[in-house]
Write a protein that binds this ligand. Structure first.
Ligand SMILES: Nc1ncnc2c1ncn2[C@@H]1O[C@H](COP(=O)(O)OP(=O)(O)O)[C@@H](O)[C@H]1O
Ligand SMILES: O=C(CO)[C@@H](O)[C@H](O)COP(=O)(O)O
Length: 545
């Protein structure tokens, strides 16, 4: 009998990725479909469509379905033996939502193996064809209304783990399309939409990803009627489906479409998928690690172990339920202006070339000769809703920044890296749980984690060694594959429980990529305050406008 494989799918902002691991968690294959490049007929920019309304950002749900059809074809063309896959799970960009029509359940239950998913599901299985995604910032009014009903931002954060954020699913605006909302039978998150396709029925939402909706009580991991009523009226309870489940819960076996079209084993398990950030934690985090995910967004993630002291809820960061441990949590900072803002600086000031960008970073010293740049091409999450580019100088030897109209062209690459990372550093101490072990490693992942200059600057600025996974920068898909393996491992013996026990025999596949230079770390210790002064200035200006 050939060795089992486990499939992890990650539907992230710019690409769909599929990764296969073996029983020892080694990566065997990985595949990707880039939305802009491989599916240009949807006309997305970096996987998204901006507008028509102010701040609205969506992705065509049909594009995601077609990406799945295409990645399966690529896997077959590369010789993947689908019958070896014992379980599938995965990850989805957080907060994005999919709206199933009233005929979706029948369409999913009767998929014809001679036809693609796209041709059978699009358009009729969906009541809304443009799925709101995490880059949306159009729902400020809904957010403030929800906070007011619940008793303010802190009260909402205490209950759901986060104050109301524009991208959070519960705050999505349905008022301007009551007919489409009325025609919706069920609402999935991206992470529950994918397993629905594998199962041939609509899957429940998973607890950690449910924490990004402002609808779930983050302590009990159950939907809360108060939020459901405030966000979607009485019918939202039905549309949202059953209570959330833990990540890696076996939900059933693959539908016959997968067996008959692609040759999956009829016993292949489908496990609950989670959000891409929680899946990244599943793949990478061990106690004492901080994870810095440099995908489209930048996220900084800390595992919060089970504790007698419940984790503090902040209105500036998120608290998520942990996907595999019902009594643990994840603290998260999330920035919208991550890779795309860096790409913009690279294109405008480094000829579109990462090597040139890196040269410019390394020719300037830490502190960038007193040149500061804060870049928010999209309305930011931290600090909330600031937009635009802001430049400062501290040239007179003092730490007080002065706003200036421009920077020397060569100063931008280092300026953006320093300001993005100092924003995180300025907030880390606050979100570290009192029982958390001292941070010993910074684990980097996502597209930009392949960049050696970004690795070194991260290690220097945080003052801890930077690591990456040995065999892939796709941590979310790896976490998904591990959740698949977890569901399969548990299914073999009813006494098996914890995810850590399953991982106990696995080799640790991490490599050290940058050691901090103490002298440079000390320079950055002294720059946190200056960064905060620049940021406060930006917040004041944007709030005045
Ligand atoms: N060498 C590099 N240096 C810096 N950033 C890079 C490099 N290679 C890729 N990236 C960034 O990685 C981003 C994509 O990361 P990825 O993790 O695939 O995103 P997502 O999972 O959100 O779709 C791109 O937007 C690009 O800016
Ligand atoms: O909004 C968030 C987290 O709250 C984002 O991190 C999304 O989950 C998108 O992730 P990437 O595509 O950047 O990995």
């Amino acid at each position: 009998m050939s060795e089992p494989l486990f499939l992890g799918i990650d539907l992230s902002t710019q690409q769909l990725k599929a990764l296969l691991i073996d029983e020892k968690a080694a990566v065997v294959h990985d595949f990707a479909v880039g939305y802009d490049k491989d599916l240009p007929h949807y006309g997305t920019t970096n996987g998204a469509t901006h507008g028509p309304g102010d701040g609205q950002v969506t992705s065509p749900v049909a594009m995601w379905v077609e990406a799945l059809d295409l990645i399966l074809q690529r896997m077959r063309d590369a010789g993947v033996d689908f019958s070896r896959i014992c379980a599938v799970s995965g990850a989805g960009q957080q907060h994005g939502s999919v709206y199933w029509s009233k005929s979706a359940a029948d369409a999913l239950a009767s998929l014809d193996p001679s036809k693609s998913l796209l041709s059978q599901l699009n358009p009729n299985a969906f009541s809304i064809h443009d799925s709101p995604i995490w880059q949306d910032s159009s729902t400020t009014r809904e957010c403030r209304e929800l906070e007011e009903v619940i008793g303010g931002p802190q009260a909402l954060a205490d209950l759901t783990g986060s104050r109301a954020y524009e991208r959070f699913t519960g705050d999505t605006d349905h008022e301007d399309r009551p007919d489409d909302y009325g025609a919706t039978s069920r609402i999935s998150l991206v992470s529950s939409f994918l397993p629905s396709l594998f199962l041939g029925l609509i899957a429940p939402i998973e607890v950690s990803d449910a924490s990004g909706m402002n609808l779930m009580d983050v302590a009990s991991c159950r939907w809360d009627e108060r939020f459901l009523r405030a966000c979607g009226g009485p019918e939202l309870r039905e549309k949202i489906g059953p209570e959330p489940v833990l990540g890696g819960t076996a939900l059933g076996k693959v539908a016959s479409w997968w067996v008959n079209r692609w040759g999956f084993d009829p016993d292949c398990l489908v496990a609950s998928f989670t959000g891409d950030n929680p899946a990244t934690m599943v793949a990478l985090s061990t106690p004492g690690d901080a994870v810095l995910s440099l995908g489209t967004s930048t996220t900084f993630l800390l595992a919060i172990p089970p504790s007698n002291t419940p984790p503090t809820r902040f209105t500036t960061s998120h608290l998520l339920a942990h996907p595999t441990a019902s009594d643990a949590h994840i603290a998260m900072l999330c920035y919208k202006n991550g890779s795309l803002a860096r790409e913009k600086v690279r294109n405008e000031h480094a000829g579109g070339d990462w090597a040139r960008f890196n040269d410019l970073v390394t020719t300037a010293p830490p502190g960038n000769n007193g040149f500061w740049g804060l870049y928010f091409p999209l309305p930011e999450i931290i600090p909330p809703n600031v937009t635009g580019n802001f430049y400062f100088e501290t040239q007179d030897g003092t730490e007080t920044p002065t706003q200036v109209g421009a920077l020397p062209a060569t100063a931008h690459p280092r300026a953006i890296l320093e300001s993005q990372l100092l924003s995180i550093r300025a907030r880390v101490t606050a979100i570290l749980h009192q029982d958390a072990p001292r941070l010993r490693r910074l684990v980097l992942t996502g597209g930009a984690s392949t960049n050696p200059t970004i690795r070194q600057l991260s290690a220097d600025l945080f003052g801890i060694p930077a690591y990456v996974a040995e065999d892939t920068s796709e941590a979310a898909a790896t976490g998904g594959a591990l959740l698949a393996r977890y569901a399969w491992w548990k299914s073999k013996d009813g006494t098996r429980d914890s995810f850590e026990k399953m991982r106990a025999g696995d080799a640790e596949r991490m490599k050290l990529v940058a050691e901090p230079d103490e002298k440079i770390t000390r320079v950055y210790d002294g720059l946190v305050e200056t960064y905060s002064l620049c940021e406060n200035f930006v917040v004041d200006v944007c709030n005045r406008e």
